[in-house]
Design a protein around this ligand. Structure first.
Ligand SMILES: NC(=O)C1=CN([C@@H]2O[C@H](COP(=O)(O)OP(=O)(O)OC[C@H]3O[C@@H](n4cnc5c(N)ncnc54)[C@H](OP(=O)(O)O)[C@@H]3O)[C@@H](O)[C@H]2O)C=CC1
Ligand SMILES: O=C(O)CCC(=O)C(=O)O
Ligand SMILES: [Mg+2]
Length: 741
């Protein structure tokens, strides 16, 4: 990016945010072009990433560049400015669906090899693993994370509170987690004294040494090793199923199979097998022949048995029904369609699913479509306990009150694939019992565990420079917002004990006068924060990577009703910036609604906030004063949009995403026309402001007239761009008015 031509890169992703982009990006480009700022786009959708991985299967005309790799390189440049919308972190069923869709459209990429055996299949699996799960965010997040609700958004939520379910002190809802045999119980941690490499090795009982991975490490880097016992996990599931059945409450499993793309599908698969114990005992061999993979959920069983003769299929279906009847009632993802919590590993993603349950007064949907008390099973104890603490607090104090509650911004340790979220390439399902150990270049054993077949063994890395930057960001945010900051760190956990030492050291780099900093273990930090929150006081949570993810859905969903309204900034360690839009995901349900009734309820507030911050960054970096004017007026327009309640509504026939974008354009143009710092810009936008205001009724009528009918986007993962654009820009008057600028 040169000073003359500042560029903002806007990502094209998937599902609802991509649809919203079809309407919003033309507006943004129209406005920024007036200040000589180019907004380019970079397609990192799951479908495009698949195509980019397989040029050797495509014709010249079908090939696409590897945009994600390109963006990954740019994150190391100081003038990079990326707006990152949420994208699908694909499960295996989603990846297979995307592949089928692409093949049906003539892109003859290879089928996803579900049970790779041959060398060629293993190679394909390895190529596909680059696209599976959370494959985008870890590449781009070359900085730590700063997520918060801007004051205007918080004020709006206080004036216009969302509904909250009631909490009763008698609620039986609770969180269940493992007390032994999980990663927490076995963790060991060391800090590297100098640059070097370590090997992850498995030593079998007959002395054979299998090298599973070699990991280069930098001086000061923290490396942890830990395992989860399969036997302990399965025993835990059996106990929790029995307890839920006895207590007559729902059973629900909450994991993060997207980010923890190696370990959590396995953890999920064991739940499926323990729940349907008799089914898998009876048909284990047949299921294996059919290629059923329980890690992909019951959807895999239902899909694979389709190939069987009808009478066998019917018998299996009856056994599945019996399985459901014998076990506790499962929480439902979609009770109308019979989709349960164990259907697919990515339907219930813990960061969004637990807050939704807590917001609903501790209830999830039962098979009859009614809200019921629930046992929320989160096997790993490391972070599950924070939810139990919040649930206990709600039972005592009642539901949170969005009109008075304080706010909890987050500063998250995320840079350079920190901690568990960077561990998937260092996670192994153990195939033979033995000693799993981490050995340095001199042959010294740094950490070791006795493991059994099926145990999940992993290492996690955290770079020293990332920790230092994180501490700096925490102090900066605490000072700038005059808010106490709490490091959520547990001294009993070996990794976090190492972090505490580093935090205490790096805090000394800063002037802490007038800044309030605490270090507390997770449960105490939660309690401290909640005691303040109900008194209207704000508290910054300074956390590792997983709690960054969990807390930036949890608190915003209580405070604002959704994490889509968060400002989510990643100041890159090498000087560039990424502005994520909100802290939530790509809202698949919203696409279903659009397709069924041409109403999109995606709220682009996250995009508006990110765009303003991105423009401000352009102004700071390039000295372009018009960029700052665009940023300031965009924030004004966003504030007015909130005040005038022009956010998308949930139901068909009401204002939706497209109408909301129209109002943003109107208010932004009006604010630009009204500002006095740059007469040229004001003159440029005055006619647009007038034209949009004059045509408000016509445009809204044109936008609303299309609602109520199904629409065809010709695909899901690789929908037709022209069709999406036509659907998302249905007002000829609005389009022509923008084009005239
Ligand atoms: N940064 C990223 O790239 C992220 C990507 N993901 C990916 O997103 C997908 C879905 O994840 P999931 O766990 O279901 O979480 P989501 O956040 O996508 O969805 C949960 C619910 O949040 C609400 N929601 C979220 N964003 C918006 C918005 N902008 N406007 C209006 N409502 C919103 C919707 O509620 P309602 O139905 O009530 O309207 C939605 O059903 C997965 O593929 C996941 O991997 C998830 C998190 C972050
Ligand atoms: O990358 C993903 O899969 C999810 C990211 C996420 O949930 C977050 O950063 O809050
Ligand atoms: Mg998240």
């Amino acid at each position: 990016m040169s000073v003359q031509n500042p560029t903002i890169i806007y990502t094209l992703t998937d599902e609802a945010p991509l649809l919203a982009t079809c309407s919003l990006l033309p507006i943004i480009k129209t406005f920024t072009a007036t200040a000589g700022i180019e907004v380019t786009q970079s397609d990192i959708s799951v479908a495009t990433r698949i195509l980019a991985e397989f040029p050797d299967y495509l014709s010249e005309a079908q090939r696409v560049p590897d945009n994600l790799a390109e963006l990954g390189h740019l994150t190391h440049e100081s003038d990079t400015n990326i707006i990152k919308l949420p994208n699908i972190s694909a499960s295996v069923p989603q990846l297979k669906a995307a592949v089928s869709e692409l093949r049906a459209k003539g892109f003859m990429i290879p089928e996803y090899p579900e049970n790779p055996q041959t060398e060629a299949e293993l190679q394909l699996a390895s190529r596909y693993s680059k696209i599976l799960g959370s494959a985008v965010n870890p590449v781009l997040r070359e900085g730590n994370s700063d997520r918060r609700a801007p004051p205007a958004v918080k004020r709006y939520a206080q004036k216009n509170p969302h509904s909250m379910g009631k909490w009763s002190p008698a609620s039986r809802t609770h969180v269940s987690y493992m007390r032994r045999g999980d990663f927490y119980s076995s963790e060991q941690s060391v800090v590297m004294e100098q640059d070097g490499a370590v090997r992850m090795e498995l030593v079998t009982p007959d002395g054979e040494v299998q090298v599973l991975k070699t990991i280069p490490l930098l001086a000061g880097e923290i490396i942890d090793s830990m395992y989860m016992s399969k036997q302990a996990l399965c025993a835990f599931y059996a106990e929790q199923l029995a307890d839920a059945k006895d207590s007559g409450i729902l059973f629900s499993l909450h994991v993060k199979a997207t980010m923890m793309k190696v370990s959590h599908p396995i953890v999920f698969g064991h739940a499926v097998k323990v729940f349907f114990k008799d089914l898998f005992a009876k048909y284990g061999e047949l299921f294996e022949q059919l290629g059923v993979n329980p890690n992909n959920g019951m959807s895999s069983v239902l899909e694979k048995i389709q190939s069987l003769p009808a009478e066998i299929r019917v018998e299996i279906e009856q056994d599945i029904a019996d399985g459901y009847a014998q076990q506790p009632e499962l929480a439902m993802v979609d009770s109308d369609k019979g989709i349960t919590n164990l259907h697919a590993p990515n339907d219930v993603i813990v960061d969004a699913s637990m807050p939704a349950m807590i917001r609903n007064g501790g209830k999830m949907w039962g098979v009859d479509g009614k809200l019921k008390e629930t046992k929320a099973v989160i096997p790993e104890s490391t972070f599950a306990r924070i939810y139990q603490e919040m649930i206990g607090f709600c039972k005592t104090n009642g539901a949170f009150d969005p009109t008075t509650m304080g706010s909890v911004p987050n500063v998250g340790l995320m840079a350079q694939k920190a901690e568990e979220y960077g561990s998937h390439d260092k996670t192994f399902e153990i195939t033979t019992p033995g000693t799993a150990r981490v050995v340095d270049e001199q042959g010294k054993v740094l950490m070791q565990h006795q493991v059994e077949t099926g145990d999940i063994w992993r290492t996690c890395q955290t770079k020293d420079a990332a920790v230092r930057d994180w501490v700096k960001l925490a102090v900066k945010r605490a000072r700038l917002s005059n808010t106490p900051a709490v490091f959520w760190l547990d001294p009993y956990r070996p990794h976090e004990a190492q972090l505490i030492q580093k935090v205490e050291l790096y805090l000394q780099d800063h002037d802490l006068n007038g800044v309030e900093i605490h270090i507390m273990s997770q449960v105490r930090a939660m309690r401290f924060t909640l005691e303040r929150i109900i008194r209207g006081m704000d508290t910054i949570s300074v956390t590792g990577n997983i709690l960054r993810d969990y807390l930036t859905d949890l608190f915003p969903i209580m405070e604002l009703g959704t994490s889509a309204k968060m400002l989510s900034i990643v100041p890159m360690m090498e000087g560039g910036s990424m502005f994520e839009t909100g802290a939530g995901g790509s809202a698949p349900k919203h696409v279903q609604q659009l397709v069924a009734e041409n109403h999109l309820r995606w709220d682009s507030l996250g995009e508006f906030l990110a765009m303003a911050s991105s423009l401000e960054e352009v102004s700071i970096k390039t000295g372009n004063p018009q960029a700052q004017i665009l940023a300031t007026t965009l924030d004004q327009a966003t504030g007015k949009l909130l005040d005038n309640r022009k956010s998308p509504a949930a139901r068909v026939g009401q204002l939706d995403t497209r109408g909301s974008h129209f109002y943003l354009a109107l208010y932004w143009a009006e604010a630009l026309a009204a500002q006095t710092q740059d007469a040229g810009l004001a003159a440029r936008f005055a006619p647009l402001a007038k034209a949009l205001a004059d045509n408000e009724q016509v445009i809204i009528a044109e936008l609303n007239a299309v609602q109520g009918q199904p629409v065809d986007l010709d695909g899901y993962y690789c929908a037709d761009m022209d069709k999406m654009t036509a659907v998302m820009r249905p007002s000829a008057t609005f389009n022509a008015t923008l084009a005239a600028v």
